[in-house]
Design a protein around this ligand. Sequence first.
Ligand code: SF4
Ligand code: MG
Length: 326
Amino acid sequence: GDFLLQVRGLCTAFHTEAGAWPAVDGVDLDVRRGEILGLVGESGSGKSVTGFSLLGLIDPPGEVVAGEVLFKGRDLRALDEEGMRRLRGDRIAMIFQDPLMTLNPVLRIGEQMMEAIQAHENVAAGPARERCREALGMVGIPSPGERLDSYPHEFSGGMRQRVAIAIAMLNRPDLIICDEPTTALDVTIQGQILYRMQEICRDNDTALIWITHDLGVVAELADRVAVMYAGRIVESGPVGEVLDAPRHPYTKGLLESMPAAAAPGARLRQIDGMAPSLTGRPGGCAFRNRCPRAIARCAEQEPGLTEEGQRGYRCHLPLEAKEGAA
Ligand code: SF4
Ligand code: MG
């Protein structure tokens, strides 16, 4: 069909002494070729676990317990470890918050990049090295030919993250999943990397799932946004529409906590209350203890998915388009 990636009913649980905790609880996602999807939520919302689940990177006591992950129409959950490993780094790549999760500290960058190419393709050393040089140049690393001989610790934090992006792009994947890769960087460098990433994905028709707690980053970068809360997607749609007029009170709360909405130097407004913890999902709407709009029904019944065109949300008392405008 039209979609590069279609996720249906994804559930990932962590087995604890208190029982199975559903970190991801029935997630649906659609990603088109070349599209940038921002997956947003607070820490503990299940957004990172979703990313790791898609790539088969969940280790015990975690377990993907249900759902389909269709990549080009093929269910990745049916692949064995070896099949999944071959897909990772080739058709699908991941970029982590800490680039040192990707980079081997004792290998020169060029050696690691060559390995990443040659693990998936039979390419001679000369052309492979040239591709590595090009990839470093593409992410804006000065003197890329010389830098191939550097070790990871010889790069600054921002440059190291660029190297991780270059490695992810080496085999021109169809999909990249990024888990807050710019969070530790200063705002200027973050902006440069976002811009570069957007360009690279457009040029290569690479789709991107950008996992972040920062709606401002999503506004800059994404075509569509999916907002996660307590293991579920509570709102999704084209980024301009959702940010201009959120229907879900949680999305509105996130928007109001964005720096751009505050006066320069003003303290960020936090959304009151805590996300549901390990003690599990309360009955009804999981957001109800923090929701300024909660009504009796919110405690009794979990809101189902309402779909309107390209948009979707889960709320008994959604904001009107006008009310939601920030
Ligand atoms: Fe708030 Fe109720 Fe909507 Fe949940 S369902 S977000 S508690 S109004
Ligand atoms: Mg995380």
